[in-house]
Design a protein around this ligand. Structure first.
Ligand code: FMN
Length: 223
């Protein structure tokens, strides 16, 4: 796959076939993605890959906490905009599209709750990559590097016919991950990536997210 095709083809996959992903395939993807650039080649990332029984235990524990009404809160915040902002409008546009595709009515709180729970279950993907960083680093400093490696993982996965969904939902109960995946205290949980073979018949996978027109966000000087 050519690089521009890969960038254009990648999308968040929220429905997967149950087929397991070979450990060696994920290893190769992470090895390839490790070629990502980082500040002064600091490579401030580490990965914890979950599958099988461990991932099922994490899914169940996450869903149980959500159902019990425990307030979710991650170790890395990724959303922080006001309800009056353009960012909120884009968030709503995405939710409206996903709910329409999934046949979820606005008032249907049961189905909405089930949909939220799906995110906390890593969209029932057969594997999940938990992206970690070192607590010895200042909280914000590794985030650009980590963003780059995450996108590189998602692009590399395409070459193996795998889909991904970056999801903070998967790590909003960090104690669950720490307990089931023995994440050491010197590592901070930054993000999760669901990974598996896409089920293209799953309605939410038809989502087509929009992007701001390029001329609205680029300012040219001297060109
Ligand atoms: C930092 C980050 C966190 C995200 N968290 C979630 C999430 O918790 N649940 C979810 O369904 N999608 C999540 N996404 C996926 C975004 O919704 C998605 O990337 C965005 O809508 C653009 O769509 P696309 O990936 O299909 O191009 C996340 C993406 C990023 C980059």
């Amino acid at each position: 796959m050519q690089i521009i095709d890969a960038i254009k083809t990648r999308k968040s996959v929220r429905g997967y076939k149950p087929d397991p992903v070979p450990k060696e395939t994920i290893r190769q993807i992470l090895q390839i993605a490790g070629r990502a650039p980082s500040a002064m080649n600091s490579q401030p990332w580490a990965f914890c890959v979950l599958g099988g029984r461990v991932l099922d235990q994490v899914r169940q524990a996450n869903a149980a906490k959500l159902r019990a009404g425990e307030t979710p809160g991650g170790e890395q915040s990724v959303v922080g905009w006001s309800k009056q902002s353009v960012y909120r409008e884009r968030q709503v546009e995405l939710a409206v599209q996903l709910f329409r595709l999934m046949g979820i009515e606005r008032q249907d709180t049961d189905k909405r709750t089930q949909w939220t729970e799906r995110g906390f279950r890593f969209f029932d993907a057969p594997a999940a990559i938990i992206v970690l960083t070192d607590t010895a680093l200042k909280p914000d400093t590794p985030l650009i590097d980590i963003g780059i490696v995450i996108q590189t993982i998602c692009l590399a996965a395409l070459a193996f016919d795998l889909g991904t969904c970056i999801a903070d939902q998967g790590c909003l109960y960090p104690d669950v991950l720490r307990r089931h995946a023995a994440i050491p205290d010197n590592m901070r949980i930054v993000m999760s990536i669901a990974i598996g073979y896409p089920d293209w018949d799953y309605p939410a996978n038809q989502v087509q997210t929009s992007r701001v027109p390029i001329d609205d966000i680029v300012h040219w000087h001297g060109l």
